[in-house]
Structure formats: C-alpha cells, structure tokens
Design a protein around this ligand. Structure first.
Ligand code: ADE
Length: 220
C-alpha cells in the first residue's frame, strides 16, 4: 500500500515518518510513503501557491492549479493497475473513525492533500474522492490530520504490528469494546496495586478477568 502526501510543509512530516512503527513499516516494505512538495507545482517563476480571496477578506487561499497539477502528476506516476483514492483533509469533511481507517487499509494508493492557512479555492473539492475531518476543531493545516490517517491505517496493514498484540485486540476494533486495563512493574506504585489475578499465573482466569474488564469499559 502506498501513501502520497501533498503538502506545502514537508518538514512537518519528516519526524513522524522516520520514527518507530512508521519507520519500521517503511523499512520493511510494508508501506510506501512519499511526500510531495506542493511548492514544486507553484505557478510562475515565483512558484506561487496561494493568493488573496475574490470578494475580499483576510488571508490567502491555496490556488487550484498547483493542487490539481500535483494530484494529477502523482496519479500519473502510479502503475496503471493502481487505483488512486484522493483524500482532502478539511474540517468540513466526514468524521474520521476506526471504521474509516479499516476501510482505507484496503486501498492500494491514497493521495492525501493537506490544506493550509485560511483555506483553499473551492474548486479543488471537485478533484478529490473524499473529504475527511479528524475532529470538530480547526488546525493550521492538514499535515497533522494526514499523519493521523497514515499512522492509523499503517498499523492495520498485515505484518506491521507483529508480535503477540494485534490490531484485532484494540480499542474500537469491534466498534464499541474498549481495551482492558494493563499493568507492568512495579506491582506497588504510590499505594496502587496490580490486581491479584494478573499475578496469579492462571491464564484462564486472567483471560476471563480481561474480558469482563473490557465489557465494563464498553461505552454508552
Ligand atoms: N485541517 C484543519 N483542521 C482540520 C481537521 N480538524 N481535520 C482535517 N483537516 C483539517
């Protein structure tokens, strides 16, 4: 699976993409993540990417040509068999959930378009397949939302989590059950103890306790 992230601020993404799980998944060839600098698609010798709004008002809007050219260029670089899904990160989009992440994990190529500052020319929306919001709050741009999508989808890809824990055990994996509580050493911390059952070595009882705890955390 491949992600292409179109952004004016590639440096915002380099840290998260080069650490921990995402780095390992990339190094192991489980996911391919490319970052595309929108500036390269800017208009004219100044590589202009934004402009003032028609009708007046504060701030600058992303121009349509650089964004649409970047999307089309990115699509043209893929193998003909790869179907690219284009997602625009915007607070006006559909709410992003674990179900969305699961759905996206079945795609072969996802292009994430990060908006920035005061917004973007309305006509850009006609060139995307899906508009997604990661919550009812406004960030300065789509980079952090894009990372939330990349991270939550990548960890669902086969082989990424590995080890004894799998994405199936997760909170939200079945849509409503939350995870059971977990503890590590020391077994006494500031007056709080680890439940006896977890120290018992009885795996049947431990499983039952965990299931009961997870059910108790069921929401609503
Ligand atoms: N861009 C700015 N805020 C956003 C949000 N909450 N979700 C997605 N993209 C955004």
């Amino acid at each position: 699976m491949k992600f292409s992230i179109i952004t004016l601020f590639p440096d915002m993404l380099s840290g998260p993409l080069e650490i921990s799980m995402l780095k390992k998944a990339r190094d192991n060839g489980l996911v391919d993540i490319e970052v595309i600098n929108l500036r390269e698609f800017g208009v004219g010798s100044g590589k202009q990417v934004d402009d003032t709004p028609y009708g007046g008002g504060d701030g600058m809007l992303l121009k349509p040509e650089p964004v649409v050219n970047a999307i089309e260029h990115t699509k043209s670089q893929q193998q003909a068999t790869d179907n690219s899904m284009v997602i625009l990160l915007t607070p006006q989009g559909d709410s992003y959930t674990q179900a969305t992440a699961r759905q996206l994990s079945g795609e072969s190529h996802i292009i994430l378009v990060c908006g920035h500052y005061e917004g973007f020319d309305e006509r850009i929306r006609a060139f995307v397949d899906w508009q997604i919001s990661i919550g009812d709050y406004v960030l300065t741009g789509g980079e952090i939302p894009a990372m939330a999508v990349v991270d939550s989808v990548t960890r669902l890809l086969p082989g990424v989590l590995g080890g004894e824990r799998s994405a199936v055990d997760d909170s939200f994996a079945d849509g409503e059950t939350l995870e059971y509580p977990q503890y590590t050493r020391p077994n006494q911390f500031r007056g709080m103890e680890v439940p006896d059952v977890l120290l018992s070595g009885n795996h049947g009882e431990i499983d039952q306790w965990r299931q009961a705890q997870a059910r108790q955390r069921r929401r609503g």
